[in-house]
Each structure stands twice: as structure tokens, then as C-alpha cells.
Design a protein around this ligand. Structure first.
Ligand code: ADP
Length: 486
């Protein structure tokens, strides 16, 4: 999945600790020899750097290989305690195996990754528990100097509320360990969702690209009011064509963006029909509760002229709609990755800005992405992922990883989007290793005050600068001259 020449993010060795004590031993060793180490849980951070370290030559700590135990699932509190190697699939299967049909897990678009890794990188899923960071409770962390701490109630010996009350007493330190290089998380508590009595996926299609602003304005009050109950997706028609797994060349042989009339003609052959945007959502609860919400949603979406609700009964079982249906019900899936086939040797990198749920912001961000798509001649799929009071625009750029010029164009398009977005006040929620310095540089209010604070913490907690230097743009002072990529 490398967008830069492979040697730039190359590890010198990989180690597989089996316990917190072994992680401590490695940390002590790294301090003794001043070797940078880089922890991963399972390294499935696709689009953001995968299993690679930020600094070339780092020793990667692959925690997931041997620290992969589900330490606890509590069927009464609806919580679990996990090691870094527990994937969404493993957690889902264990919940099923134990017969806990009253509980759901939450999974991101790709279920193959680690629950701990995704939560620490603040990934999202698609049930009402989709904000993984908000749903976690309690961490065990090995600090860069080798001590172990437990956060929240975990600091109180004998406490039985580590997974039910995240805050404990005193400063709430958990945030310091997400998207950070201040510690290695060896255990994470997670809350689980009560399985609703019933649930039902729905899909709407919209005919014109210009409908975007109106759709987003409709979504905002419905989402904040919890009529739209899950982190929902508004996707481009091109992405829906691509997730069939067929390459672009099946549809269009020319260069540049696939023409609108081709997209429309191809969509017309699918259950979605001729359209530009597709909304995927799910309603939860018994029929009479769902009906009120679904009727409201229908009335609101149909205010967009040409909006159509696609009856799920008409959608074949192999259609992508059913993949979204599984994910919104907490069942892991991998179908999403099929859009990598859009180009030969397809790999991908994402531009992921955050904005208010407003039509004008959606339009402004789409203009930025379209501009850089056309400038660099790259293939992109924009999808608006609506949280509660903000939305992430996830722009996946798919490129031929064996073509140096395609990799360069993909990276240049990302850099252009990040810069232009920042000029308009938009920042990314997460980014690829290659873009971390650039993105961190955009969060520069008051003469980089936040970064200066992070750097002070970094130097205090990690005096030798051995833990994931450069992660999220935070460099220890020992690396000040070592900013390899800017
Ligand atoms: P996933 O397999 O779920 O995609 P990764 O293991 O790739 O997750 O983790 C994503 C990123 O989060 C990693 O690149 C790393 O920077 C950070 N990370 C993952 N696991 C840990 C951990 N246990 N402790 C500290 N940071 C971690």
C-alpha cells in the first residue's frame, strides 16, 4: 500500500512481544540503545500507512501477533477488555460463540483490523456505537520509559468499574494515548451495544451532483435529532460502480474522470438506477419505533427532487447494499476493499477532512477534491461520513502502486487537498504517515501552541525519543534535525 518508495517507511526488524512485561523489556532495551520503536496492533491501518513505522529503521512492535486475547466479555455490563491482536472478526465470533445474542460489537468498513488499533487511531464504525474512541473505557499503557499505568478506574486496585466508568479521578489522561507516541497500549476496555429487537437498512439515491448541499442540510437535523441513528454514509455513484470489483477500464477506456453519462448509464443497469449520490442508513428498534423515523426520513429526503428510496426487497443478495447492512449491524465484512480493483495494482490513500454538516462546507470540500483530482489525473471516491455534529469527508484515492508516476500523483493530490482545505479552515481527523507533518502543521493556532505543548509532553515522557518519533507530527527534541519527510 506504499505511496512513497518503500525504503522510506522501512522497518529494520519486527518483534512479537507476548505480554505487557515483554513490551516493558523491549522499551527498556530501546532506551538503552536509543533505537526508535513503533507499536502496531495488527497493522491494518489501510490508507494511512498500514504496518509501517514513521521513521525508517525503527523496530516495529507487532503486538497483535501474540497479544491477541479477549480478556473479558461481560454480558451484564455490556463491556469487554481486549489485547491489541483482537480483530473485529475475532470479537464478533467470540460474542456469537458464547451465545451472547443480546450484544453487538461495532466494526469499521473493514473488519480485519484490530479493535484496539482502530480505536487508538480514532476510527469509526456504523452502529450507534460507531465513535470507537467515545465508546472505549480504560487503558493499560506501557510508558516510553517502561513503567505501566492503568487509566481511569484501573488505577484503583480491586476496582470493578474499569470498563464502565472511563474517567476515574483527576486529569483524564486517555486522550494522550490516542493518535499519539506517548505510550504503548497493551489493554483496552470497550463498551458493547445492546442488540436492538430488530433493525432495517435503507438506501436513497439522488440524481444530480448539485443535490449535495440540499441533502446535507436535510441530514443535519435528522442526525443530531437521532432520527438518522447511525454514522451514515453518502457515497458517490462512481464508488458504488467501483465496489462491484470491476476495473474502470470495463466502463471507460479514456483518460481522466469517467464521464457523467457513462456513470449514469452504468448505474441505470444496477438496482440504484441513474443517480449521483447514494445514502446508506439503518433504523433500529421494533417496527412501530422504526416506522416513525423511516417516515420522517422519507418525507425529508423526498424534498430533493428525484430522490428515490430503493426497496431492499429488490436488491440482489450479492449487492454491496448487503455489505453495508452487515456493517451497520456490527457484523465485520471486507467487501469494501473491492474498489481497489478500479485501477491495475490498486492501492489507496485517504484525505479525511472534518467539517460541519452543512451544504456549503460539503460543496467547498468537494470543489477542492475535484480540483486536485483533475490537476493530478487521479481516481478518487468521495464519501461523506456523518457523525453526530460533524462529518468526515473520506476521499479515497486509488492508484497503481507499481507506477512511480501514479504514486507521485496520488501523493501530490493529497498534499494539495490538505493545503487547500486548511486555507478554508478544514483539518483532517487522521492521516497517512507521509502526510503527518503537513497535517500537524495546519493545526497551528497561536504560534503552534498545541504542538509546543505536545512536544513538551513528548520530551518529558520520552526523554530519549525512542517511541514512534514523528507519529502525528510530534517529534522528540532528539529528532529535531531528523524530519525526514515534510
Ligand atoms: P488496525 O490493525 O486496527 O488498523 P493498527 O495496528 O494499524 O490498527 O494501528 C493504527 C495505528 O495506531 C498504528 O499505526 C499506531 O500508530 C497506532 N497504534 C496501534 N496500536 C497501538 C498500541 N497498542 N499502542 C500505541 N499505538 C498503537
Amino acid at each position: 500500500m506504499s505511496v512513497v518508495p518503500k525504503h522510506e517507511f522501512m522497518a529494520s526488524a519486527i518483534v512479537y512481544p507476548a505480554s505487557t512485561a515483554e513490551v516493558q523489556t523491549i522499551v527498556v532495551w530501546a532506551n538503552k540503545h536509543t533505537i526508535p520503536i513503533f507499536p502496531i496492533s495488527m497493522g491494518r491501518n489501510l490508507g494511512y500507512g498500514g504496518a509501517a513505522p514513521r521513521v525508517r529503521g525503527s523496530v516495529v512492535l507487532d503486538l497483535g501477533r501474540r497479544m491477541n486475547k479477549i480478556l473479558d466479555i461481560d454480558p451484564e455490563d455490556y463491556t469487554c477488555l481486549l489485547e491489541p491482536g483482537v480483530s473485529c472478526y475475532a470479537l464478533y465470533e467470540e460474542v456469537q460463540r458464547r451465545g451472547y445474542t443480546h450484544m453487538w460489537i461495532d466494526t469499521p468498513d473493514l473488519g480485519g483490523g484490530s479493535v484496539v488499533g482502530n480505536t487508538l487511531d480514532r476510527g469509526v464504525g456504523y452502529t450507534p456505537y460507531g465513535d470507537h474512541w467515545a465508546a472505549h473505557s480504560g487503558l493499560e499503557v506501557v510508558l516510553p520509559t517502561g513503567e505501566v499505568i492503568r487509566t481511569g478506574m484501573g488505577a484503583l486496585p480491586g476496582s470493578n468499574t474499569w470498563q464502565t466508568f472511563p474517567y476515574g479521578f483527576g486529569p483524564y489522561s486517555d486522550g494522550l494515548f490516542s493518535q499519539s507516541n506517548f505510550g504503548i497500549v497493551t489493554k483496552l476496555g470497550m463498551t458493547l451495544m445492546p442488540a436492538p429487537p430488530d433493525h432495517e437498512s435503507f438506501m436513497y439515491t439522488f440524481e444530480r451532483e448539485d443535490d449535495l448541499a440540499q441533502i446535507i442540510e436535510i441530514i443535519r437535523p435528522l442526525r443530531i435529532g437521532n432520527i438518522l441513528e447511525n454514522v451514515a454514509q453518502l457515497r458517490s455513484a462512481v464508488q458504488t460502480l467501483a465496489v462491484s470489483g470491476r476495473p474502470k477500464s470495463d466502463f471507460y477506456k479514456g483518460s481522466g474522470r469517467i464521464p457523467k453519462d457513462v456513470v449514469e448509464a452504468e448505474c441505470a443497469k444496477l438496482p440504484i438506477g441513474k443517480c449521483e449520490w447514494i445514502y446508506y442508513g439503518m433504523s433500529y428498534g421494533p417496527k412501530h419505533i422504526r416506522q416513525y423515523k423511516l417516515d420522517t426520513i422519507d418525507t425529508e429526503f423526498k424534498k430533493v427532487s428525484g430522490a428515490r428510496r430503493i426497496d431492499p426487497a429488490t436488491i440482489p443478495k450479492d449487492n454491496y447494499f448487503w455489505s453495508r447492512d452487515k456493517i451497520a449491524a456490527g457484523e465485520p465484512d471486507l467487501e469494501e476493499l473491492l474498489w481497489c480493483n478500479w485501477v491495475l495494482n490498486g492501492s489507496h490513500i485517504a484525505f479525511s477532512p472534518v467539517s460541519p454538516i452543512r451544504g456549503k462546507d460539503a460543496t467547498a470540500l468537494l470543489e477542492i477534491t475535484n480540483k486536485h483530482q483533475d490537476r493530478q489525473g487521479v481516481e478518487i471516491f468521495p464519501a461523506f461520513v456523518v457523525g453526530l455534529r460533524e462529518m468526515h469527508l473520506i476521499v479515497e484515492c486509488v492508484f497503481d502502486k507499481h507506477s512511480p508516476s501514479a504514486c507521485e500523483a496520488a501523493l501530490a493530490s493529497m498534499r494539495g487537498m490538505v493545503d487547500d482545505a486548511a486555507k478554508s479552515g478544514y483539518g483532517e481527523y487522521r492521516t497517512h504517515l507521509a502526510l503527518m507533518d503537513q497535517v500537524a502543521g495546519t493545526y497551528n493556532w497561536n504560534d503552534n501552541a498545541l504542538m509546543k505543548f505536545h512536544e513538551r509532553l513528548k520530551d518529558a515522557l520520552d526523554p530519549n525519543g525512542i517511541l514512534a518519533p514523528g507519529k502525528s507530527g510530534v517529534w522528540p527534541s532528539s529528532f529535531a534535525a531528523g524530519r525526514l519527510l515534510s
